[in-house]
Design a protein around this ligand. Structure first.
Ligand code: MLC
Ligand code: AMP
Length: 494
């Protein structure tokens, strides 16, 4: 084995490339060469801190060029990058650290004190005594640790219906092969300027958006977050945008967003959550562009995409990507269904992950021995071969592209003093697509109100997971089998 599969594929040969890779509005521009240099210094530093090949490096930091450099440094050092949503509370972070046992946990300096007494070794990315401060004194140049295509590159945590988060293990080639396929399928070239407003702790913002640009040699306008004014200001400088449906509904609701502003744009991609047909239609009416919708998951990267040329079919997520197979099966028996029938979407290909970190029994439930991953999404392939996602078998709320697992929220609510039981379900939300709502049954004699319940949940759960609506009920609606009927709750309170 020689070389570092992912890094060589993303940035091999760009050590001296002085073209601009990252433009940070109100900040500095970064060339390819500068990013490669910084990632090398950080990789040396990780090694000096004892990080060895295969070790996990957990990272919860604000979106920045330095954070991208740390991702690349981790890969170069042969270690495993483990990014965490910046909204996670200490309680949530502790679970991931206990499970993944990282050699290092890198956090933002403004949250360092929150992690006092935590098991893992904690370093900060920014501020005094930080990795960035030390990186300045490291010698330039770094010999990458050799890593092969099926070595582990990243772990991304995702939940299941049990509510227990599982680390999806992604190999060097899971990430590289998928990004290479997308560069080709979506026609990315060195002339592209991607307006990047997604977070970089998830598949969409990190592995799809960032990896694609690194490979094609283009550049990114790097916004810290989705901000409408900044988007309107920067769109004239971009050729392409990737977003969740909320990006597009918010842009459409702003009168500055018109045909002229985006006449020069080449591509708008949407994914991570279902896009309403009316958003597709309205977007085309306003801009003359048709959004390209694609379908992916943490465990599989991107699976299907509408075509670049040819019909982008509204309500569909397009065709399987090169090398990816889609099988529609009977959710009970697992038998393959005929074309046109609706069933479980299963996926196989070089994009599909290696399994869940230290959870072989969970892996066995979802990843078949024949290589097909059982997605939990229900769908149908139409007569022209387009895949349509028609529902989810997994109990999941997708809010603004973030996943909220009802079971996790229910577990926290049920553990509160005075609560007998609860049910968390998704309700339509005009901005976020879906939002979480909770129905709570109190114990006899308990006097909690909605505000007290909300206040009790705040330190336990990231804010985006907090139920936007909380109702107190005498009992939960159940079917004859005793199962809570969330569809009734959704109809009644949605
Ligand atoms: C923020 N908040 C949310 C939220 N985002 N609540 C529910 N759902 C969300 N998605 C809450 C905050 O906690 C805060 O609450 C309040 O809203 C305002 O915070 P904000 O930071 O100002 O939010 P905003 O800018 O409005 O963010 C909305 C958003 C953002 C849609 C722009 O959530 C976003 O960028 N989403 C993208 C997620 C993503 O990248 N998903 C890809 C997953 S990968 P409070 O209480 O503090 O006021 C994947 C695979 C695939 O799924 O196929 O791609
Ligand atoms: P995550 O676990 O965060 O990776 O979320 C993946 C899930 O997001 C998928 O299993 C789908 O349910 C959903 N998803 C992603 N893209 C789309 C899309 N274009 N349309 C509908 N759902 C999508």
């Amino acid at each position: 084995m020689s070389g570092n599969h992912l890094f060589d594929g993303l940035l091999g040969g760009r050590q001296k490339d002085s073209r601009i890779l990252l433009r940070v509005p109100d900040g500095d521009d970064w060339s390819y060469a500068e990013l490669v240099d910084l990632s090398g210094r950080l990789a040396s530093l990780l090694q000096a801190q004892g990080v060895e090949a295969g070790d996990r490096v957990a990272v919860q930091v604000a979106k920045s060029v330095q954070a991208i450099a740390l991702y690349l440094a981790t890969v170069r050092a042969g270690a495993v990058f483990l990014p965490l949503n910046t909204a996670y509370t200490r309680a949530e972070v502790e679970y991931f650290l206990e499970d993944a046992e990282p050699a290092l946990f890198v956090c933002a300096s403004d949250r360092e004190s929150e992690f006092d007494g935590i098991e893992s070794r904690v370093l900060t990315l920014d501020g005094d005594g930080s990795l960035m401060a030390a990186a300045e004194n490291m010698a330039p140049g770094f010999t990458n640790v050799a890593r092969a295509s099926d070595d582990l590159a990243a772990i991304l945590y995702t939940s299941g219906t049990t509510g227990l988060s599982k680390g999806a293990m992604l190999s060097h080639d899971n990430l590289l092969s998928n990004a290479l396929t997308l560069v080709d399928y979506w026609r990315f070239t060195a002339d592209d300027v991607l307006l990047h407003a997604l977070p970089i702790f998830h598949t969409h913002g990190l592995f799809v958006a960032t990896n694609i640009i690194l490979i094609c040699g283009g550049s990114m306008i790097f916004l810290p977050r989705f901000d409408l004014d900044a988007m309107i200001e920067q769109l004239p400088r971009a050729t392409s945008l990737m977003g969740v449906p909320t990006f597009y509904t918010r842009l459409l609701a702003d009168e500055r967003f018109d045909r002229e502003l985006v006449a020069h744009m080449r591509l708008f991609v949407s994914g991570s959550a279902p896009m309403l047909a009316e958003t597709h239609v309205q977007f085309e009416q306003v801009t003359g562009h048709r959004i390209l919708e694609r379908y992916g998951m943490t465990e599989t990267n991107m699976n299907t995409s509408n075509p670049y040329e040819g019909e982008r079919r509204v309500g569909s997520v397009g065709f399987p990507l090169a090398g990816v197979e889609i099988n529609i099966t009977d959710p009970e028996s697992g038998a393959t269904l005929a074309a046109g029938e609706t069933g479980m979407i299963e996926v196989r290909g070089p994009n599909v992950f290696l399994g869940y970190w230290r959870k072989p029994e969970k892996t066995a439930l979802e990843l078949r021995t024949n290589g097909f991953f059982i997605t939990g999404d229900m769908g149908m392939i139409d007569a022209d071969g387009y895949l349509h996602i028609l529902g989810r078998e997994k109990d999941l709320v997708i809010s603004g592209g973030y996943n909220i697992y009802p079971k996790q929220i229910e577990t926290e609510i049920d553990a509160l003093d005075g609560v007998l039981e609860s049910a968390v379900f998704g309700i339509p939300d005009p901005d976020l697509g879906e939002a979480a709502a909770a129905a709570v049954v109190l114990e006899d004699g308990a006097t909690l109100d909605q505000e007290q319940l909300s206040a009790a949940l705040k330190p336990l759960l990231a804010r985006f997971k907090l139920p936007r609506k909380l109702v107190l009920l005498d009992e939960l609606p159940r079917n004859a089998m005793g199962k809570v009927q969330k569809n009734i709750l959704r109809d009644r309170y949605g």
